[in-house]
Design a protein around this ligand. Structure first.
Ligand code: PDD
Length: 277
């Protein structure tokens, strides 16, 4: 298997790093997860744009021009004869250098990207998932797709331990997003979700959900909802590159509406299906 680095393609087993690597020691880097359908990268431009934004926010330069980046990622799939469903994981760190909090002088960024198989979650998407709610204890710059994922990992694990798929995060009762996805409520036919500000990751699928809603004539409000709105919701769903458009049918043990995926959610799933395939 081939992996793309900041310079070239290498065999996966030849890729090694010094133990003083800033991604490992500080989480000093950013990443992307890009969905692949039948060997094609979905929303590649949106992901590469966000990679550039995340990198710039932490004063890191992406070692490829945007056009070159698209080309290299397509080449990654080509070299690996990857023609099925999967995901590309890409990470960019400040580089390898003796440990010091300040940016080491002359340090060169490390980048790697690999492709791995990932099948679609058809049954969950059809039936919906259960979730829990958790305090959002992350920092103020969640729009940066940072490697520092400990709060997200802890929240997702708490969900898992309660037999749930995701943790819905809130700041003082105001819902931001989930541990690794964006979240939406549907009330009286309109969609509400936290504005794309610094407190959430600006999801690539979220951008598409907004576009699908506008194309279908479903009102889409970038207006945060609160924990107490959940019990009165007509529908709840989440979105991400790996979960696509996923209905939420339970929150903290309480059923949402009739416990089945709602009309608006299913409409968005159809729009996603048409867009991705
Ligand atoms: N997570 N919010 C958070 C905190 C995320 O980590 C993600 C993606 C999203 C959805 O973004 P997008 O629609 O661009 O996938 C929202 C990826 C899939 C991950 O960390 O594995």
């Amino acid at each position: 298997p081939y992996v793309l680095t900041e310079k070239e393609f290498v065999n996966r087993y030849d890729l090694t790093y010094p133990f003083e690597e800033r991604g490992l020691q500080f989480g000093d880097g950013v990443y992307e997860v890009i969905r692949v359908y039948r060997g094609n990268l979905y929303l590649i431009e949106e992901h590469v744009e966000r990679l550039y934004r995340s990198a710039a926010a932490i004063h890191l330069q992406v070692p490829y021009e945007k056009e070159e980046m698209y080309k290299q990622l397509k080449q990654l799939l080509h070299l690996n004869d990857f023609t099925t469903d999967g995901k590309v994981y890409l990470q960019l760190t400040r580089g390898s250098a003796p440990r010091d909090h300040v940016f080491p002088v002359g340090v060169q960024p490390n980048l790697y990207a690999y492709v791995a198989p990932l099948s679609r979650k058809h049954s969950l998407m059809k039936n919906g998932v259960a979730t829990i709610t958790q305090k959002d204890v992350r920092w103020d710059y969640c729009y940066i797709k940072s490697l520092n994922l400990l709060p997200n990992v802890m929240a997702k694990q708490a969900a898992k331990e309660q037999g749930c798929f995701e943790a819905i995060l809130h700041r003082n009762g105001k819902v931001t997003e989930c541990s690794s996805s964006n979240v939406y409520v549907v009330k009286d036919g309109a969609i509400y979700t936290h504005p794309a500000e610094k407190n959430i990751l600006h999801g690539c699928v979220r951008m598409r959900v907004e576009a699908f809603a506008k194309e279908t004539g479903i009102p889409f409000h970038e207006e945060a909802f609160h924990l107490e709105d959940i019990q009165y919701a007509d529908e709840l769903f989440l979105s991400s590159s790996t979960a696509e458009v996923m209905p939420i049918i339970e929150v903290d043990g309480n059923t949402i509406a009739n416990g089945r995926p709602g009309q608006v959610t299913m409409q968005l799933q159809q729009a996603y299906e048409a867009d991705a395939n």
